[in-house]
Ligand binder design. Sequence first.
Ligand code: NAD
Ligand code: TDX
Length: 336
Amino acid sequence: MKKMLVTGGAGFIGSNFVHYTLKNHPDYQVTVIDKLTYAGNPANLSAVLDKIEFVTGDICDAELIDRLVADTDIVVHFAAESHNDNSLKDPYPFVETNIIGTFRILEAVRNHGKRLHHISTDEVFGDLELDDPNRFKETTPYNPSSPYSATKAGSDHLVRAWIRSFGVQATISNCSNNYGPFQHVEKFIPRQITEILEDRQPKLYGTGENVRDWIHVDDHNSAVHLIIEKGKIGDTYIIGADNDHTNNKMVIEMILELMGKPRDWYEHVNDRPGHDLRYAMDSSKLHSELGWEPQFTDNNGMERGLQETIDWYKANPDWWKPQKAETEAKYKAAGH
Ligand code: NAD
Ligand code: TDX
């Protein structure tokens, strides 16, 4: 058995990654380290708690991280503060977890000569005009907009510096917007689904012409496994599913239609300050070098993924109801 340490494994993508790993790669013995912030929920792992080791702790805790890393073969680093709106209200936890936390992980993998895969985001590249024919590639210069994306960019730079200066055995991936089960209701898609389930209209920031590339979380995680197994040490991989959609026309209207509501049953709320206009990904390196194929592609794939996600939120009110009132109160205070 190979040993894998998953940071942030009680969050949205990390917990889906643990489920995906146990199902598809049973040769890994998984340990999760998670601080259980407002975004971490042990219930995300309740079905597999007897198959993994779970450690409640902070990635900024150097002694704890050193001990856990010493006892693993590979670290898959998801832990982060992940929500742009929160970073605009209080950037400090973003600096601490995303930068200092990643520094602690890097020092530990350096000390013990362990393999690292670092999870990052498309937002490090900034945004594109609506009519720009370019898409983000591994070589696109960094130009982050928000405190969240700036701290993720900082963490990527640290990983590259540790690869080059200290020979750390690491890879990086930058992925587009994920959706799927266990996503906190602060994020766009689960917020709208749960608003509709509570009989309120979805909330669109600004004009809603902003474009995101939506990827099902299982497609993200299949790519991460391929990179862990076949990726070139020191390299970066872009992960995107070519599901580029405007927030209003496609995503909100698609959700409304799938949930049996009129396509125009949504309201406009305050825009996000500094709101990135458009992200678009070129994941051709991942396809051509590692043979990655996402399962939830094109409009049909997105509709299928959204329908499954809607069904999951419908079936699991006990999971999301406890987060909902507090999240909406925060949004209301910000005019969102
Ligand atoms: P999330 O907010 O749902 O989960 C983050 C997890 O990290 C939580 O369980 C939280 O408790 C834990 N955590 C936070 N601070 C910690 C600390 N100091 N020590 C230990 N654990 C801590 O986030 P997510 O959406 O699952 O994102 C996971 C990773 O993927 C992040 O690195 C994020 O930047 C990246 N990413 C996310 C998306 C997306 O669309 N959600 C897209 C691309 C990349
Ligand atoms: O209620 C809303 N209405 C709305 O129009 C919310 C919450 C969001 N939006 C818009 C803002 C964005 O254009 O929807 C889009 C998606 O918003 P978020 O879910 O907040 O995601 P985004 O800011 O694009 O960042 C996400 O993708 C990249 C993740 O949260 C990050 O962790 C990841 O790095």
